[in-house]
Structure formats: structure tokens, C-alpha cells
Design a protein around this ligand. Structure first.
Ligand SMILES: Cc1cc2nc3c(=O)[nH]c(=O)nc-3n(C[C@H](O)[C@H](O)[C@H](O)COP(=O)(O)OP(=O)(O)OC[C@H]3O[C@@H](n4cnc5c(N)ncnc54)[C@H](O)[C@@H]3O)c2cc1C
Length: 374
């Protein structure tokens, strides 16, 4: 029996609330933990999406990543030799234009099974289960343990209690002492909604350079997304709409013309802003939580000699887990991370190689701090 405590009246009103997000795979040819996580997460999310309404909730229209400079071209060439053609393939400019349906400045790497997702639809689909209930207007201020159960409190109001809690509140998980030391950073981003035209409807795939633009969902394309490390305000700004239009020019001047962006008044553009939540190594933070002070004491010897393998049980906060730090690719990493939490909690086989699960483990930062002495 699961209760989802959400401070808004419904789900997907923060980072997961954009009209379209892209299944964008930033892979490495070297099989890093992050790359393995992205690959597995992509497969997992794609299988989920098959249950949703294609064209309305998502579309497998493919994603084209442009080779916008020589360095990116070299990176893409390495990826093309490292991965199978069914996942990604290099297209020259003419092939890329034929695939995308608009004129482009270069070729790129095409992911035929990529596409866009309406994130609120994916969230809603994951909530649709007879044993899951959503409690809206439930702002959890504090967690307390009583009689073996975790209690979620909003001031004086007990919202729910359960033996197992997953903190999945993006960067706001830091308000809870168990997560206060996690190095999570908020990065504001803004998307711009562009009305589709007859000519822009020729766009057949998502196209990305520094930004991304998707084929229309209904009558609108989503163009994204700005990065602002300083602004804490979520009101959309004209400057960022202008920045997004500049990203579109870099993606395809032809598409910008088809969308008649030169005639649009940036002050009248519609969009929305939200916070991404990133970790320093770009991997999500997923798994069981330990009592930080007890952890530091238990493994203090590692500060003197990092090669030791102490035979000391980890002081877990029993039943407490975190699922956060999904950065700019939560559509790919968050659903599989939910599955990973389920496996950690129930003792099932992990859905990822152990090394990848460990690379995502919340304790990695406390461990590094101990070993490096800071
Ligand atoms: C502009 C922008 C563009 C993006 N584009 C893409 C993209 O193209 N592809 C992609 O894969 N990803 C993209 N992302 C990233 C993706 O949106 C996120 O990684 C993902 O939404 C994170 O999901 P989350 O559930 O961890 O966080 P959120 O969606 O932010 O959800 C956290 C939830 O927790 C709730 N909450 C927090 N604290 C509490 C509390 N104390 N009590 C009750 N409720 C609480 C919040 O209300 C919220 O509903 C983009 C993000 C932004 C901002």
C-alpha cells in the first residue's frame, strides 16, 4: 500500500511538468557507470511508454543529435563504433535532413527509438495502480520514527505513516537531516512553447544541438531549454525565451523560418520554468540512507587508510530511501531508479549491474569525504 505525499494538488507540477521532454541519451564510448545507467534507463522508460497513447503522451519519432562542431563529430564517430546500429547511427547532412524533414547545417547521430514524452502522462501512468493513493496538498515538513514506523508530518498534522519511506522530492530532500549532506544543486531551466505552423509540422524527429526542439504535441512545439545557475524565481523571463530562440537558430534556421520566429514577440511567448536537480558526478542519487554521524564514526579508519575493508555493519536508517539527482535526464533515469529502490528494499535482484547501482548509492559522497578528509 503506497501513499504518495505531494505538496501540490496533483502530480508533475515541478520539473516533471513540461509539455514535452526528450529521451536524450548522452552516452560515453567507454561504458562508464553513467552511460550504462542511461542505456538501461532508456530501455526501461521505453517499455513503460508502450502503455501510453502514442502521439498524445509520447512519440517514438527518433532523436537526432547534430554534429554541430568537429569535437562533437569525433565524439559521435566513436559512439557509432561502440554501439549497435539499432540504437544509434551516424547520418550525413543529406540523410539527416531527409530524416528530420527540415534543412540542417550538419549531419549527426540518430537514435531511431528515441523521441519525446509528455512527462505528466508518464507520472500519471505510474500512479495508476490500485495500491497507490495520491495525497495532494501534503507538504512534508518533518519525518519522525515512532513504534517502528516513519511518520510524515506537516507541522502538527500527521499526514501518513509507513515502515518504508522514499524521499523523491528532487533538491528539497535536503530539508530532511538524512539528506542534508547530499551535494544536490538546483539549476533553473525554461522551455518555450511555439505554435505549430503548416510548414513546421514537416519536422519529423526531435532535433538537438545545445538545445532541443520536438515535433508538435497537438498544436505546439516545445523548445528548450535554458540553464540558469543563479535565478531562484520561477516566473518565465523574456531573456530566456530569446535565448531559446537563439538555440533554435543553431538547430535549424530553416525550422526557425517555418515557425516564423522572427515575427513572434518574445514578450508574448508562453513557457514554463522549473528546477533541475543535479549531483556533482551527474549520476542520480538512489538507494538506502545511513545515519551520517554514525557512518562517519563507523568508517573513521578509512580516513587514515583508504585500502582497509572495515568489517562494520553500516548504520542504516532502516526503511528510509532516497531517489533524487536526476538532472536533465530524469525521463530516462527516474523510472528505472524507482525499480532500483524496490529491489534494494525488498531484497530482489538489482535491475542494474551492481557497480552501476553502487555508483548511484547515496553513501558515495560520505565515503569520498571520509577518504579525502574533507
Ligand atoms: C526546463 C527543463 C527541461 C528538461 N528537459 C528534459 C528532457 O528533455 N529530458 C529529460 O529526460 N529530462 C528533462 N528535464 C529533467 C527532468 O524534468 C527531471 O529530471 C525530472 O522531472 C525529475 O523528476 P523528480 O521526480 O526527481 O523531480 P520533480 O519532478 O521536481 O518532482 C519532485 C516532486 O516532489 C514534490 N515535493 C518536494 N518536496 C516535497 C515535500 N517536502 N512534501 C511534499 N512534496 C514534495 C514536489 O512538489 C514535486 O512534485 C528537464 C528539466 C527542466 C527543468
Amino acid at each position: 500500500q503506497v501513499s504518495v505525499l505531494e505538496r501540490h494538488d496533483g502530480p508533475a507540477q515541478e520539473a516533471s511538468g513540461n509539455p514535452q521532454g526528450v529521451l536524450y541519451l548522452k552516452l560515453s564510448a567507454h561504458g562508464t557507470a553513467l552511460s550504462q545507467m542511461i542505456l538501461s534507463g532508456f530501455g526501461y522508460t521505453r517499455r513503460w511508454l508502450e502503455h501510453l497513447q502514442r502521439g498524445h503522451d509520447w512519440d517514438a519519432c527518433g532523436v537526432l543529435q547534430l554534429a554541430f562542431d568537429d569535437k562533437e563529430g569525433e565524439r559521435q564517430a566513436k559512439l557509432a563504433t561502440a554501439f549497435d546500429d539499432s540504437l544509434l547511427r551516424q547520418l550525413d547532412r543529406a540523410q539527416a535532413e531527409a530524416t528530420a524533414g527540415v534543412a540542417l547545417a550538419s549531419g549527426g547521430l540518430f537514435y531511431p527509438e528515441g523521441g519525446w514524452v509528455h512527462p505528466p502522462a508518464l507520472c500519471q501512468a505510474q500512479l495508476n495502480h490500485p495500491r497507490i493513493r495520491l495525497l495532494g496538498h501534503a507538504n512534508v515538513i518533518a519525518l519522525r520514527k515512532a513504534d517502528g514506523l516513519w511518520q510524515a508530518w506537516d507541522g502538527e498534522r500527521l499526514l501518513a505513516s509507513a515502515p518504508l519511506v522514499v524521499l523523491a522530492g528532487a533538491a528539497d530532500v535536503r530539508h530532511f537531516p538524512a539528506c542534508a549532506g547530499l551535494p544536490l544543486k538546483r539549476i533553473r531551466g525554461q522551455i518555450t512553447r511555439l505554435p505549430a505552423t503548416l510548414a513546421s509540422r514537416e519536422l519529423r524527429t526531435v532535433v538537438c544541438a545545445d538545445g532541443y526542439v520536438a515535433p508538435p504535441r497537438g498544436d505546439e512545439h516545445t523548445l528548450g531549454a535554458s540553464f540558469d545557475f543563479h535565478n531562484e524565481d520561477l516566473a518565465p523571463t523574456v531573456a530566456e525565451h530569446q535565448g531559446n530562440l537563439a538555440l533554435l537558430d543553431d538547430i535549424s534556421a530553416d525550422l526557425a523560418t517555418r515557425l516564423r520566429t522572427a515575427e513572434l514577440d518574445p514578450a508574448q511567448l508562453q513557457g514554463r520554468a522549473a528546477f533541475r536537480c543535479t549531483s556533482p558526478d551527474y549520476l542520480p542519487i538512489v538507494g538506502p540512507l545511513a545515519d551520517v554521524e554514525a557512518f562517519n564514526q563507523a568508517y573513521a579508519m578509512l580516513a587514515k587508510d583508504a585500502r582497509q575493508v572495515p568489517d562494520v555493519a553500516c548504520p542504516w536508517l532502516e526503511g528510509l530511501y532516497v531517489n533524487s539527482g536526476h538532472g536533465s535526464r530524469g525521463l530516462i533515469t527516474a523510472p528505472l531508479s524507482g525499480e532500483l529502490i524496490g529491489a534494494w528494499a525488498s531484497g530482489e535482484p538489482l535491475p542494474l549491474p551492481r557497480a552501476v547501482a553502487e555508483a548511484c548509492h547515496p553513501n558515495r559522497f560520505a565515503l569520498r569525504r571520509l577518504i579525502r578528509g574533507k
